[in-house]
Design a protein around this ligand. Structure first.
Ligand code: DHB
Ligand code: MG
Length: 223
């Protein structure tokens, strides 16, 4: 099995099941033109996030890492018109571009992009006693994943679904010789997930256009 085959199958799924659409295409194009790292979720993964948000009947979604807004748009489209998505982005330029993409997708009413370090933005939501979120998507800044999970829990209720992106990192997560900060961050996240009685978590590996990686999924309970 190789990357070419994984990409071929992903392209087939996307072509068949995930119809392309102007707002999403424009978001990817604008992101590439602005030189953003091309680490967006793949189209079929974006739709997975969308479906998970619908399955959990999410009214309030929290996203950690906006990038150009591609996954944001997928997630926000699962909301009713009175739903809300807050997306956190460190880079002000990325956030500006994401806001434009989100506006063009007709979702600016529901989506707020907050600029700043995610840990600080999360702490501010906690301090402001933000209403709990129904679904949280933890992406990017892997080094601080565990801290993001800890803070997300303070913004959760029993039943909140927490999805983690990039938990496999080409198998590096389980390679004892790898102790890079991003991998340590993912492992710390899993330690927290397995030791906190309020958290039920699993993780799955994925292959596809983005290579070999995976997602984790957690449901929060009263504990
Ligand atoms: C990287 C980050 C991501 O969020 C992703 O989905 C893929 C790769 C990275 O930093 O390499
Ligand atoms: Mg990611």
């Amino acid at each position: 099995m190789n990357q070419e085959q994984w990409t071929t199958v992903d392209d087939y799924f996307s072509r068949t099941l995930v119809p392309s659409d102007e707002a999403l295409d424009a978001t990817l194009k604008a992101s590439a033109e602005a030189g953003l790292p091309s680490i967006n979720v793949a189209p079929n993964q974006g739709k997975l996030l969308h479906l998970l948000a619908r399955i959990s009947n999410a009214r309030r979604i929290l996203e950690i890492d906006t990038l150009g807004g591609y996954s944001t748009i997928w997630l926000a489209r699962a909301l009713r018109s009175d739903g809300k998505l807050i997306s956190l982005e460190l880079n002000a330029e990325y956030a500006g571009l994401a806001r434009k993409n989100i506006e063009a997708a007709g979702l600016s009413q529901q989506v707020t992009v907050v600029v700043g370090a995610a840990t600080q933005s999360l702490q501010k939501l906690v301090d402001d006693k933000a209403e709990p979120f129904d679904l949280v998507f933890i992406d990017a800044d892997k080094e601080n994943n565990a801290e993001h999970l800890r803070l997300s829990l303070l913004l959760s209720r029993p039943g909140t679904v927490i999805i983690g992106d990039n938990v496999v990192r080409k198998g590096r997560v389980a390679d004892e010789d790898v102790n890079d900060p991003d991998v340590l961050g993912v492992r710390k996240c899993f330690e927290l997930a397995s030791s906190d009685p309020r958290l039920d978590t699993t993780a799955v590996q994925t292959v596809g256009a983005k290579g070999w990686d995976g997602f984790s999924i957690t449901v929060v309970s009263a504990g």
